[in-house]
Design a binder for this molecule. Structure first.
Ligand code: COA
Length: 330
């Protein structure tokens, strides 16, 4: 039976590091407030003119190198982002050109924080059916340019950072790789966390007045997001375990989307597992949306925290609301 597994991985974050104190210098917040509510200490912001497809290039090169492959070996690109460089076309085609891939297919996935797991599920289907052998799966975001870095936007803007993570998803006949994926959405909560503009339902899609009124910034009902996240994460992790007849005792590690350390700790508490089993690097990068899981996976592997044969779960929750999980045998 053909399965898909992650044969290469890598990440890249922009050079510029922004500390909590730097944010506190431009808005009414503090290092203490941000650390205690979110666990975040620093995040990276892209340079002017740098888009997610740019951040994706070094991440993808590292993933290809790790897999021992070249651009010629890749059959398809899946690019998870909700902040593509242009409104259209998507970032996948830009990466295809910047990396010098052949005229292979490139698909964008706009599923916010769940984007990488949704992308992995799509890659898995293409590989299991024998359509493709090697797929480049990227999660990359430039969110800093959309943030309201004033007192008014402080609840949202202290949370997010920019970055890119990549994985090569390859075919194998071995007993390893993606075991199952589980995808969900609930659009009735779309407005609880969203970037409402530009909107094609408006003419023009965005106006000078919209910008004057600050309607071009992302908006969030933090408490509502938190409340749903701490239910959906454990639920979708249990779904992945139960679908395969295993329990948390069989798991080496959970690599969740990095939203907030308090959400991560609450997930561990509700699953009755030690907090160290739920990986966190949010202190360094903040919430990088679709990039957070592949960045976290790269760091887990660099730190040698998982070995071949270990079961791990990737899990995400985010705007939409969307949530998803994947059980992998490493
Ligand atoms: N700095 C200082 N104060 C801030 C602040 C900031 N950056 N942002 C908000 N506040 C203020 C609020 O105005 C409010 O003030 P008030 O009590 O005078 O009205 C107060 O802090 C709210 O504090 P608290 O109740 O302790 O906040 P919280 O525990 O609800 O935490 C979040 C706020 C945003 C950190 C929390 O709701 C959260 O993490 N939500 C999920 C967000 C998320 O993960 N989104 C992405 C999902 S993929």
């Amino acid at each position: 039976m053909t399965r898909s597994y992650i044969s290469g991985w890598g990440f890249h974050v922009p050079e510029k590091v922004v500390t909590n104190d730097e944010l506190a210098a431009i808005m009414d917040t503090s290092d203490e407030w941000i650390r205690s509510r979110t666990g975040i200490q620093t995040r990276h912001f892209a340079a002017p003119g740098e888009g997610p497809s740019d951040l994706a290039v070094p991440a993808s090169k590292r993933a290809l190198q790790r897999a021992g492959l070249t651009v010629k070996d890749i059959d398809f690109i899946i690019f998870a982002t909700f902040t593509s460089d242009y409104y259209a076309p998507g970032a996948g085609v830009l990466l295809q050109h910047k990396m010098g891939f052949g005229n292979i297919g490139a698909m964008d996935i706009k599923m916010q924080c769940s984007g990488f797991v949704y992308g992995l599920s799509v890659a898995d289907q293409f590989i299991r059916t024998g359509t493709y052998k090697h797929i480049l799966l990227v999660g990359a975001e430039v969110q800093s340019t959309a943030l309201n870095l004033t007192d008014e936007g402080r609840e949202v803007s202290v949370l997010f950072g920019d970055g890119a993570g990549a994985a090569v998803v390859s075919a194998t006949e071995e007993d390893r790789g993606v075991i199952s994926t589980h995808l969900h959405s609930q659009g009735e909560f779309a407005k609880e966390l969203c970037a409402p503009l530009p909107s094609t339902a408006k003419q023009p899609w965005i106006s000078a007045e919209d910008i004057e009124q600050g309607r071009h910034h992302p908006i969030m009902n933090g408490r509502e997001v938190f409340r749903h996240a701490v239910n959906r994460f454990p639920e979708v992790i249990r779904e992945a375990l139960e679908a395969n007849g295993i329990t948390t005792q069989d798991l080496k590690m959970i690599i969740p989307h990095q939203a907030n350390i308090r959400i991560t700790l609450e997930v561990a508490r509700r699953l009755k597992i030690p907090p160290e089993m739920v990986f966190s690097n949010i202190h360094k990068y903040g919430n990088t949306t679709a990039a957070s899981i592949p960045i976290a996976l790269s760091e887990v592997l660099a730190e040698g925290l998982i070995e071949q044969g270990d079961y791990i779960v990737l899990a995400a929750f985010g705007a939409g609301f969307t949530w998803a999980s994947a059980l992998l045998k490493w």
